[in-house]
Design a protein around this ligand. Structure first.
Ligand code: ADP
Length: 256
């Protein structure tokens, strides 16, 4: 337990540091992009191509600082009751540009409402991170299955969560899988096996943080050469109306 809290404190100060740097960088990038825009009207020929390289790099840098800010939880978020099925169904619209032409994305929302108490944007981010990782693990194509269901945790489930009802989000791929060494370090901030221009190592540590904050748990099963399955459990939110749009969520039928 001691080791856990030391780890949590380290992660928190790392998050604050990263967040502070990212925040200042974001402002500087805004200035760079702004002046690049001014120049775009004046520069022609080879200069225009150079300028567009500057813009592309600054855009990439901005997406990186965006990830850092999310990791550092600098953006305030609103928590509401969200149907996990809506998040999953939304991911079905991911463009081929994002998931790749050789990859089939299969969405299997469960037959009933899956209400959880969380921020909608953060849930979208979790799923996007998992799907993008799945894509990156399948350079020769494959299948990603995204599914939801409801589970009842009882004593001795092996998962470090209180007993009760949970919503489960499962993302599995038919990719490369990972070694035990990678699996051990998966959720560490800045741990990545991807080339520097592709991976930041912040995806899963961010997912881990969001899931933990929501009182949930994330587990992973992976077999090299076969594929990987991530399972996220989030406490089931009683189906009462507190959605921003005032639409009451249908009460969830009892699974017992
Ligand atoms: P990044 O994607 O930027 O590398 P992540 O924190 O999302 O950062 O992932 C960390 C590492 O975990 C990846 O670099 C990869 O080695 C491994 N990983 C994550 N998801 C998968 C997956 N579905 N299949 C195989 N390896 C994975």
């Amino acid at each position: 337990a001691m080791e856990r809290s030391v780890r949590a404190a380290r992660l928190e100060s790392l998050g604050q540091l990263a967040g502070g740097v990212a925040h200042d960088f974001n402002n500087l990038l805004a200035i760079i992009l702004n002046y690049a825009d001014f120049l775009a009207d004046e520069v022609t020929g080879d200069g225009a191509a150079d300028l567009s390289r500057i813009r592309d790099a600054a855009d990439r840098a901005r997406s990186l600082t965006g990830q850092l800010l999310l990791f550092a939880k600098r953006e305030p978020t609103q928590v509401e009751v969200v149907d996990l099925n809506e998040v999953v169904t939304g991911s079905g619209e991911l463009p081929a540009r994002t998931i790749g032409a050789d990859i089939r994305l299969v969405c299997r929302p469960c037959g009933e409402t899956v209400p959880v108490r969380a921020n909608r944007g953060r849930l979208d981010q979790i799923l996007l991170n998992l799907v993008i990782n799945a894509r990156d693990a399948m350079p020769d194509g494959g299948v990603v299955v995204v599914e939801t269901d409801l589970v009842e945790l009882r004593g001795g489930s092996g998962v470090p969560l209180p007993q009760g009802r949970y919503a489960r989000l499962t993302v599995s791929d038919t990719g490369t899988g990972m070694t035990a060494e990678v699996r051990d370090r998966l959720f560490e901030p800045f741990f990545t096996t991807k080339p520097a221009d592709r991976g930041t190592g912040l995806g899963l540590s961010t997912v881990y943080g969001i899931v933990g904050d929501a009182g949930g748990h994330i587990g992973v099963d992976s077999t090299p050469g076969v594929g990987t399955t991530f399972r996220i459990l989030l406490p089931h939110a009683a189906g009462r109306a507190d959605r921003a749009d005032g639409q009451p969520l249908r009460a969830c039928p009892s699974g017992d």
